[in-house]
Write a protein that binds this ligand. Structure first.
Ligand SMILES: Cc1cc2nc3c(=O)[nH]c(=O)nc-3n(C[C@H](O)[C@H](O)[C@H](O)COP(=O)(O)O)c2cc1C
Ligand SMILES: *[C@@H]1O[C@H](CO)[C@@H](O)[C@H](O)[C@H]1NC(C)=O
Ligand SMILES: *[C@@H]1O[C@H](CO)[C@@H](O)[C@H](O)[C@H]1NC(C)=O
Ligand SMILES: CC(=O)N[C@H]1CO[C@H](CO)[C@@H](O)[C@@H]1O
Length: 303
């Protein structure tokens, strides 16, 4: 098993968004890229601003218009037409719930891009990860963060051996930014915040009861193949060392089929947001949300 397979496995797991269970099916990254990069609702009837025109042209180069079904365009246009009065006065968290509900059936709609900064290389680094729902925490928990009665703590998983972990650990403020593009509704969320890892003893918060439970739960909810990958001793990113099977515990289970505890490699990764930039292309609406001392505030800004 090599790093490439691990990626596929990560995509196969059952995840939760807003409390709903859903399973992401494997598909080649290329197919994913194609299907999700076509902003179908760009062709809606809204006025075209300079920014929109720029965005459209940069995308249209790659669009095979024949492959975008007419029915899709219609559906997307309808869906992407929020009642103006309600859409203008909502926090990013409430907007995101609507977006994510609308796209729940779209394959790959829970793939997000996560950027960290590598202080050693003095370079930003970005990669795709699976967003696995919001983590509920008790109100008095030190990382509890709520908005409109909903948790803002964003849940993902990763391997301790991946570079993002070193990058975040080496950076002073654990800063990261996640980008989430909803192709169906032509919305972009850029979520800035702090990344937090929870593992089996290597991190500051590993002893936290709530977080340890959350890590265990997500481990248990993963697919067998995803779990298995975390027992693989081939270090991700190292020169290819062949496909020789180590004796991985099949499905991350013991010989009786019982779930093994998560290995130290397996990390719960939480993003705790402090700033969100929301952009909706259908009507060129942009909003900046910020977490201040008095909680979240938001303001409409020019697109
Ligand atoms: C569709 C897709 C989903 C992925 N999901 C995850 C994930 O949930 N967690 C993760 O650590 N890597 C995931 N990966 C792999 C990352 O993109 C990346 O290759 C890996 O984490 C190593 O990155 P790093 O060394 O910069 O940390 C996924 C890749 C793809 C293409
Ligand atoms: C926006 O919503 C808040 C409550 O979330 C409310 O207090 C405020 O009056 C609303 N503003 C407008 C202009 O609708
Ligand atoms: C989104 O979906 C969840 C789960 O079905 C539901 O509980 C929630 O009310 C929905 N939110 C909105 C804003 O539609
Ligand atoms: C989303 C999901 O599948 N959640 C389940 C994870 O596993 C626990 C039990 O370990 C269930 O209670 C959750 O419903």
């Amino acid at each position: 098993m090599v790093a490439g397979f691990r990626i596929v496995y990560l995509c196969l797991t059952t995840t939760t968004v807003n409390g709903l269970r859903w399973t992401t099916r494997t598909q080649p990254p290329i197919a994913f890229a194609l299907s999700s990069c076509f902003p179908k609702s760009f062709r809606s009837n809204f006025h075209t601003s300079a920014t929109q025109a720029r965005l459209m042209s940069s995308n249209d180069k790659n669009i095979d218009t024949e492959s975008v079904g007419k029915s899709d365009i219609g559906a997307a246009t309808q869906d992407a037409d929020p009642p103006a009065d309600t859409a203008m006065n909502r926090s990013w968290r409430s907007l995101l719930e609507v977006s994510s509900n609308k796209s729940r059936k779209t394959r790959g709609s829970n793939y997000v891009q996560l950027a960290t900064f590598d202080p050693e290389a003095n370079q930003p680094k970005c990669r795709t990860v699976v967003f696995r729902g919001f983590q509920k925490l008790p109100p008095d928990h030190k990382y509890a963060s709520e908005l409109d009665g909903k948790s803002c703590v964003m849940k993902m998983i990763t391997d301790i051996r991946s570079h993002k972990v070193k990058q975040v650990e080496a950076s002073e403020d654990s800063a990261a930014e996640m980008v989430w593009w909803f192709s169906k509704t032509s919305e972009q969320y850029r979520v800035q915040g702090k990344l937090l890892f929870v593992g089996g003893g290597n991190f500051l918060d590993d002893g936290d009861r709530e977080l340890a439970i959350a890590r265990k739960e997500i481990w248990g909810n993963m697919s067998d193949s995803a779990r298995e990958g975390f027992f693989d001793e081939h270090t991700p990113g190292e020169p290819y060392s062949g496909d020789k099977k180590t004796d991985l515990p099949s499905g991350g289970r013991d010989t009786d089929g019982n779930l093994l505890p998560p290995p130290d490699n397996f990390l719960l990764m939480l993003l705790i947001p402090n700033e969100v930039d929301y952009l909706r292309l259908t009507d060129m609406y942009r909003q900046a949300d910020r977490l201040g001392e008095d909680g979240w505030s938001f303001e409409r800004v020019n697109p």
